[in-house]
Design a protein around this ligand. Structure first.
Ligand code: ADP
Ligand code: ZN
Ligand code: ZN
Length: 816
């Protein structure tokens, strides 16, 4: 037998320009496949987990090193995924290693730098572990932390991944981030019936025996009911369902009727196994459903333009139902998973355990669990934010992108800087799947594609049921001020509306797109404005924490009563934030129950879930919040939405500013009056004549689109071109300036496109790095996209190798 060596190109989760070639030991040559996870050496004695990109027989010019082991029996990454990674790397101008790094949960890419810690909070036992895993447990307990090489020494072998994965999956070994987060596997107490009573005869006997104990029989009935719905019955739920004293259960456990046991529960949850099957679509929904199906027969993508409250969710559910079967899966993308508890519940009601949720806040065990259940096909429907695109789908049949206009679909940092909606369409294309983009305020790009016939277009113009779109009223803040009809940030008109809404027991949402208490703080004696030490921005005053905080780099200083520069005590806060609104409203309406929902509230992990649930249960009268209150939440009793200051929405920087303002105003307004109750919206502004307001008040998306697309066409902005931004950063401003001029000159020599800049961006310094930006605008004369990008990349490589610009960081952002 000729001994021809097998080689593999391996993707390492690092920013390397290309996959790295390794040789495969003879004994592994027959086994190795594309998509396999392998352990490979890199640099001097470092080990990394990589993914096999290609298996081939052509020896590289430099003698390659050998791979150490194959980690799993089956490939972990599918051919679809590798194609997708390739596309992202090429289109968004980054390396495939950076894509792999974003795509793989950290639990799946153990490297020599990974440190394993013993989880002090682990309460379970060690039964079911392999001997090797158990050996590692004992070492971990003794030494508290181990590196990969320690485990290899301990077990006297290089392939220790099985053992480590087992410990990870049980939550016995944890990563550093989980150590700080005090990851605690969750245990709950469950109840089951003693073996003797599990048959029909057994049950009958039991009922006879307990004939004189009605309380016990009730408990028994409750147990039987729950057992039909859940794979395991939780003690707490049983007591709740039976509505009985714990003593009753205790006696039954003592009498050996029930058994109590503790078991670890996956945070992913256990759900109803019996699901609801009846969907009652309204006539409008029915028509929309048929239209979507008809259009999808010939088109890959359909844009569903349905006003807020038109009932898009039910339509999605019906669509999913028609696409999933034993083989096919569905991906449901949302802009921000943290705020979609309502949606998840609705989907689970129909699809039960087939629904998986992918959340970046989940710990690595949970993420690995979801990965595996997607790969095995156990999950048929995956809900997640943009990173869910990287899950190992077996076969996608349908991709839904809800709130497709939302700017959170774009990842800005780190690379890959991808647009989740666009990448979703590409992913669907690779799988031959269909795409439905849904929104009440389509992005200009998507609507443009729909008007050109590239996408299908289906509309729902009315709200579901008796619901009507809210009445929107503008309040001129200038006049209110002049006439003294204002208290703090609230015009008298808004105050009146709030008070009548409260009287009618309706809920109220107040929106302001700035968190904190005040925008900045200034000394009245020396005029000093408190600014960030590391960035070119003012610090925001947070009253609750009594701190001044940079919203860009999180630099913080504790508030001192005296000016930092001249020690004068005469300090003044200016501008407003959500904390201030919350405080004022509490003073105006001391009896109302007020809560705040913004990024600060989100940071307290459960705070926002609690707040949303409390609002849903009508335990809160007034919710004050930032963008977060606009995102698809469906509350049925919101009678009034107040937009505290619309001026700061309509003058945002960038070519998308009008689009964003229209979307935000429409979406916030859309929270008012759903189902059968008519809602009201009050917009406070100093510029009531601004044409945008008229369009928002008329709910006139089409007219808005017509003006906006004319503007984009005139100034050649997307969708008439595709912009490529290059951001340059360097601590030394001189070197930065020289580099940005060099780059602009060299780009002009190399490519045929309009190059704008270098310019100083809106924020000129961030985290001690000075910033410059260049904008590349391809024209009709430009090279085709892939060639253009190749040429830009080659110029950037030259920049990186230039002796004067060693410390300059260049970041490329495509379609920013
Ligand atoms: P959208 O996402 O389009 O803003 P939703 O899907 O949240 O709207 O629906 C708005 C409200 O109408 C929800 O409370 C939903 O439960 C209700 N709804 C929509 N369609 C139906 C239906 N066919 N039957 C009963 N309720 C419906
Ligand atoms: Zn001062
Ligand atoms: Zn800062």
């Amino acid at each position: 037998m000729s001994s021809k060596t097998t080689y593999v190109d391996v993707i390492l989760p690092l920013a390397l320009p290309a996959p790295f070639t390794y040789a495969v030991p003879v004994e592994l040559a027959e086994l190795i496949q594309v998509g396999h996870r392998v352990i490979v050496p890199f640099k001097t004695n470092k080990l990394y987990t990589g993914i096999v990109y290609k298996v081939h027989g052509s020896a590289p010019s430099v003698k390659p090193r050998l791979i150490e082991t194959i980690v799993d029996e089956e490939p972990l990454v599918t051919p679809f995924q590798l194609k997708f990674w390739d596309w992202i790397a090429q289109y968004y101008m980054c390396t495939i290693g950076e894509v792999a790094n974003a795509a793989l949960p950290s639990g799946l890419k153990i490297s020599s730098e990974t440190k394993f810690f013993f989880n002090e909070y682990y309460e379970g036992d060690y039964t079911g572990l392999t001997d090797e895993a158990f050996t590692v447990v004992q070492a971990l307990k003794a030494r508290k932390e181990l590196y990969l090489k320690d485990v290899q020494e301990l077990l006297q072998k290089s392939n220790v991944h099985h053992a480590m994965q087992q410990l990870f999956n049980h939550g016995i070994a944890i990563s550093k981030e989980e150590l700080t987060y005090r990851y605690k596997p969750r245990y709950e107490t469950f109840i089951k019936l003693h073996e003797n009573y599990r048959s029909d005869e057994g049950l009958e006997k039991l009922f006879n025996e307990t004939a004189n104990a009605p309380k016990q029989q009730e408990l028994l009935l409750a147990y039987i009911g729950l057992q039909k719905q859940y794979p395991m019955v939780k003690k707490g739920e049983l007591l709740k369902a039976a509505n009985c004293e714990p003593g009753v259960l205790k006696r039954m456990v003592e009498k050996n009727i029930f058994k109590e046991f503790r078991s670890e529960v996956s945070r992913l949850g256990i759900f109803l196994s019996e699901t609801e099957q009846n969907l009652d679509l309204s006539a409008t929904q029915h028509r929309a459903y048929n239209e979507i199906k008809a259009q999808l027969a010939t088109k890959q993508t359909v844009l569903l333009h349905g006003v807020t409250g038109s009932g898009k969710t039910l339509l999605y559910i019906e669509l999913i139902r028609s696409y999933i079967d034993s083989l096919s899966q569905c991906l449901f993308l949302v802009p921000e998973i943290a705020l979609t508890a309502q949606l998840i519940n609705r989907l689970r009601k129909y699809f039960g355990n087939q629904v998986g949720v992918y959340h970046s806040k989940f710990n690595l065990h949970e993420r690995v669990e979801i990965w595996n259940k997607t790969l095995s096909g156990e999950y048929k429907i995956l809900i997640g934010a943009r990173s869910a695109l990287f899950l190992p789908f077996k076969k996608l049949a349908l991709v839904i992108v809800d709130e497709e206009h939302d700017s959170s679909y774009k990842q800005s940092d780190p690379a890959p800087r991808y647009q989740g909606r666009d990448a979703a369409i590409m992913l669907a294309h690779l799988h031959g799947a269909k795409v439905v983009l849904g929104t009440a305020t389509p992005s200009i790009e998507s609507y443009f594609n729909a008007t050109r016939g590239k996408y299908g277009l289906v509309e729902m113009k009315e709200r579901y049921g008796q619901g009507r779109l809210p009445k929107i009223e503008l309040i001129n803040l200038k006049t209110s001020r002049k006439q003294g009809e204002i208290k703090g940030n609230f015009s008298n008109r808004l105050i009146d509306e709030i008070s009548s809404a409260l009287k009618a027991h309706k809920q109220i949402i107040l929106f302001l797109n700035r968190r904190g208490y005040a925008e900045y703080m200034q000394c009245n004696t020396c005029d000093y404005v408190y600014s960030c030490k590391k960035c070119d921005v003012t610090l925001t005053y947070h009253k609750y924490q009594n701190k001044l905080i940079c919203h860009y780099c999180n630099y913080q200083i504790n508030l001192d009563q005296k000016c930092m520069r001249c020690t004068s005590p005469d300090l003044e806060i200016r501008g407003k934030g959500t904390e201030q609104i919350e405080e004022e409203i509490a003073e105006l309406f001391p009896d109302a129950r007020v809560e705040r929902l913004d990024l600060d509230a989100l940071k307290t992990k459960t705070g926002y879930i609690h707040t949303i649930a409390a609002f849903e249960n009508h335990e809160i009268d007034i919710l004050v919040g930032t963008q977060m209150v606009t995102k698809g939440l469906d509350f049925d009793r919101v009678g009034l939405v107040g937009i505290i200051d619309a001026d700061r929405l309509i003058y945002l920087p960038g070519f998308r500013s009008a689009e964003r303002a229209f979307q935000l105003l429409t979406q916030v307004s859309g929270r008012a009056g759903r189902k059968d109750n008519e809602g009201k919206v009050i917009i406070q502004t100093s510029n009531p004549a601004h044409p945008l307001f008229q369009l928002v008040m008329e709910h006139n998306y089409k007219e808005f689109y017509r003006t906006e697309i004319a503007h984009r066409s005139q100034f050649i902005y997307p969708p008439f071109t595709r912009l490529i931004h290059i951001n340059l950063k360097e601590k030394d401003v001189k070197a930065l300036e020289a580099a940005s001029i060099w780059l602009a000159d060299n780009l002009k020599k190399t490519i045929k496109a309009t190059i704008l800049g270098p310019a100083v961006p809106y924020i000129s310094k961030l985290n001690n790095f000075f910033q410059r930006e260049l904008l590349i605008k391809p024209t009709s004369e430009s090279e085709p996209g892939p060639l253009l990008k190749q040429k830009i990349s080659s110029v950037l490589i030259n920049l990186r190798h230039h002796k004067d610009f060693k410390k300059v960081i260049a970041q490329v952002d495509v379609d920013a």
